[in-house]
Design a protein around this ligand. Structure first.
Ligand code: CP
Length: 336
């Protein structure tokens, strides 16, 4: 596909053809993504932040759901690596005429795609795509299931401030039931050894308590803890990181919450609540935010907020993922 692919060192520790979720990544692979992202940050700091690593590679971005951060940052990332990029919005494609996902993927392959970045409202859709596509599928978010590049950029951002996250108290607060971000973060944060707390109303913690119970019997190597609770004070006390999640009104069945106002009053991240966390605690949110619901507007822009930094880091992390999937090696980036 390109010179770097041909020169790639075989023993890079990266074993994946696709990026469908972080659950299949070893800790060594996650660390390789972090290291490769460091190399991409160095590239992005150059006067001309472009390298030829993916020259001649066709990257198609196929989104069936709305997106700002993921879609744009994958496009910027692919262009920074000199890939040829095609954008397809399902709403303006032959999907509207009844074309199936499988037919769409086969058509995109026939048009020359080497990699497809896709977002789909149905959990598991990228796995089906991976069965019929001969290149690499990168999951940009599927239903409630997974959002691997978001989890990896979240981990990268935490490490940039905290160093090793091992033993650090990380709280994910909000609508975890409908959150692919939360599900992918569980895998990467437990693999990295964080003391993970999941907090929200009992009605939207369904499934996470069983997951935590299973993990407490052994779990991912090195993980410090996995607690699921509706006790927001206990969750926030002495936290190193607080990640608020969007209340996903478009996915919400009626009856899970009494009202938005009550949700904001009981689980919104306010300055008063944040005062329970460590004074240095990072404030994170994957976006898009409902300010005044899951996070107060003044907390979103507090000096410890790294929300815009998450967005910026998304470009470097996605460059790293595209590069590794194309067979690249982090040491080769700086020579590119
Ligand atoms: N975090 C995230 O997935 O944002 P977008 O929906 O804007 O891509």
């Amino acid at each position: 596909m390109n010179a770097l692919r041909a020169d790639a060192t075989p023993d890079v520790g990266w074993r994946q053809k696709h990026l469908l979720d972080v659950d299949v990544l070893s800790l060594a692979e996650i660390q390789l993504v972090m290291r490769t992202t460091d190399a991409m940050k160095e590239v992005l700091g150059r006067p001309i932040s472009k390298v030829p690593a993916l020259r001649g590679t066709n990257v198609t971005i196929l989104f069936y759901e709305a997106s700002t951060r993921t879609r744009v940052s994958f496009e910027v990332a692919a262009k920074n690596l000199s890939a040829d990029v095609v954008n397809i919005a399902a709403s303006s494609s032959s999907v509207t005429k009844g074309e199936s996902l499988v037919d769409t993927i086969r058509t995109i392959e026939a048009l020359g795609a080497d990699m497809i970045v896709m977002r789909h409202g149905t959990s598991g859709a990228p796995y089906l795509a991976a069965e019929v596509f001969s290149g690499s599928i990168l999951n940009g978010g599927d239903g409630w299931h997974a959002h691997p590049s978001q989890a990896l950029l979240d981990l990268y951002t935490m490490r940039a401030h905290l160093g090793d996250v091992r033993g650090k108290k990380v709280v994910i607060l909000g609508d975890v039931l409908h959150s692919r971000v939360a599900r992918s973060n569980v895998w990467s944060l437990t693999a990295a050894g964080a003391d993970l707390w999941i907090c929200g109303p009992t009605t939207i913690l369904r499934g996470f308590d069983a997951w935590a119970g299973r993990w407490s019997g052994g779990g991912a190597p090195g993980h410090a803890g996995f607690t699921v609770t509706s006790d927001i004070d206990a969750a926030l006390r002495d936290a190193d990181v607080v990640m608020a999640l969007r209340l996903q009104r478009e996915r919400m069945d009626a009856g899970l919450l009494p009202s938005l106002r009550e949700y904001a009053a009981r689980f919104g991240l306010t300055r008063e609540r944040l005062a329970l966390a460590k004074p240095t605690a990072l404030v994170m949110h994957p976006g898009p935010m409902n300010e005044g619901v899951e996070i107060a507007p003044d907390v979103a822009i507090i000096d410890r907020s790294v929300i815009t930094e998450q967005v910026t880091n998304g470009v470097a992390v996605r460059m790293a993922l595209l590069y590794l999937l194309a067979g690249g090696h982090p040491e080769a980036v700086t020579n590119a």
